[in-house]
Design a protein around this ligand. Structure first.
Ligand SMILES: Cc1cc2nc3c(=O)[nH]c(=O)nc-3n(C[C@H](O)[C@H](O)[C@H](O)COP(=O)(O)O)c2cc1C
Length: 360
């Protein structure tokens, strides 16, 4: 097991001066991200339903990163409490992730503004212009997800202040394109706003690579879900420690007439039963026992409550154990501070090695 590297990953000939220079270089490389977030490090923890609540969010912000509350299906009253709870645990900046199809989206935006939340992340599709405007008029900065260059440009025209580009390697709901490709497609062409990269990132040297390509920072989910401060059930975290990258697969769609939104998670009894459930639903549709709409609903309802079952109840066999391919690099359950220091140490280490190659 690799120990938590709280100091840079250095070989003996790397001097303290080189480390200091590399640290300054890192501060410079992600300065646009740290200025935008108001943090020491341009490392965000992506919002994760059931996982990203006050304890994890505050721990991340207190450690110099940027925590984001996952509002999910919360009511405005519950969100208000969660924000207040987080503010009682940290005085550092954090954000709130709102799902655009939430029926009370406008009220949720107002809750964030009233509580003085500085950054609102709008996830789950193109955000409505009215929500972007309301958030900005209220003094918050708006972050949105862009799965393609044309959408990135449209979102910037709509007024978003920063973008996250998330590759298919990520945990949870994913698009079809890897971060390797998205980064090349988007980073050279988007300079108006900071762009944060997400999906498959577990090491600081990888973060440096994306910063050098033009990213302003990185968003991680999987590594933080397994953190000591994460309220996820011990069995959920242990499943992460055991898993290899190839165990985090996207959900499979059996028939194109019945679309399944791809969700990346650990393969288990639940994901195997989902295939059987789809086959059985198809059979009932073909024998006219179910209409097309009923069959689609049957398929969609299969996973209802499944993430909660895995995260909170610890049912990692039948629940939805959302995880990215970076899960293979989760080797132990670490405090958030150690994870962040390890990432920064690896980033500094990578820059020291580059400096050494250049003869600095
Ligand atoms: C358990 C889990 C739950 C997630 N839930 C959400 C969510 O509710 N909303 C969202 O925008 N992203 C969600 N994500 C995606 C993360 O915010 C983040 O972008 C992603 O995990 C980054 O990729 P990584 O897992 O490779 O680090 C989830 C990810 C995980 C692992």
């Amino acid at each position: 097991m690799e120990p938590a590297a709280v100091t840079p990953d250095l070989s003996s000939d790397m001097t303290a001066v080189a480390v200091q220079t590399a640290r300054k270089e890192l501060d410079q490389l992600w300065s646009r991200g740290t200025e935008f977030l108001g943090t020491e490090y341009a490392i965000l923890a992506g919002a994760m339903s059931w996982v990203s609540e006050r304890n994890l969010v505050a721990a991340i912000s207190n450690a110099g990163g940027f925590g984001v509350i996952a509002c999910g299906a919360m009511t405005p009253e519950l969100l208000e409490k969660e924000i207040a709870g987080t503010q009682s645990l940290t005085s550092k900046p954090f954000g709130v992730n709102l799902i655009t199809m939430h029926p009370q989206l406008d009220d949720l935006v107002q809750v964030c503004l009233r509580a003085g939340v500085g950054h609102i992340v709008l996830a789950g599709g193109i955000p409505p212009s009215a929500a972007i405007r309301a958030a900005k008029d209220g003094g918050a900065r708006v972050v949105a997800f862009s799965p393609a260059l044309v959408l990135a440009k449209r979102l910037i025209r709509m007024g978003v202040d920063a973008l996250v580009i998330e590759g298919a390697e990520a945990g949870g709901h994913v698009g079809p394109v890897s971060l390797t490709v998205l980064a090349q497609e988007i980073l050279p062409h988007v300079t108006d706003v900071p762009v944060f990269v997400a999906g498959g990132i577990a090491r600081g040297d990888a973060i440096v690579g994306f910063l050098e390509q033009g990213a302003s920072g990185a968003q991680l989910g999987t590594r933080f879900a397994a953190a000591a401060e994460s309220i996820a059930h011990p069995r959920f975290k242990e499943a992460f420690v055991r898993a290899a990258a190839r165990d985090a697969m996207t959900s499979v769609q059996l028939d194109p007439r019945f679309p399944v939104i791809p969700v990346r998670g650990l393969v288990n009894e639940g994901s195997r039963s989902f295939l059987v459930h789809q086959a059985e639903t198809l059979r009932r549709f073909q024998s006219e026992e179910l209409t097309k709409e009923e069959a689609q609903l049957e398929i969609e309802h299969f996973w209802a409550g499944a993430l909660r079952r895995a995260v909170i109840d610890g049912d990692v066999e039948n629940g939805s154990v959302m995880a990215g391919q970076s899960v293979g690099m989760v080797k132990s359950i670490q405090p958030v501070k150690d994870i962040i220091e390890e990432l920064v140490g690896q980033a500094v280490g990578a820059l020291v090695k580059r400096g050494a190659r250049r003869g600095e």
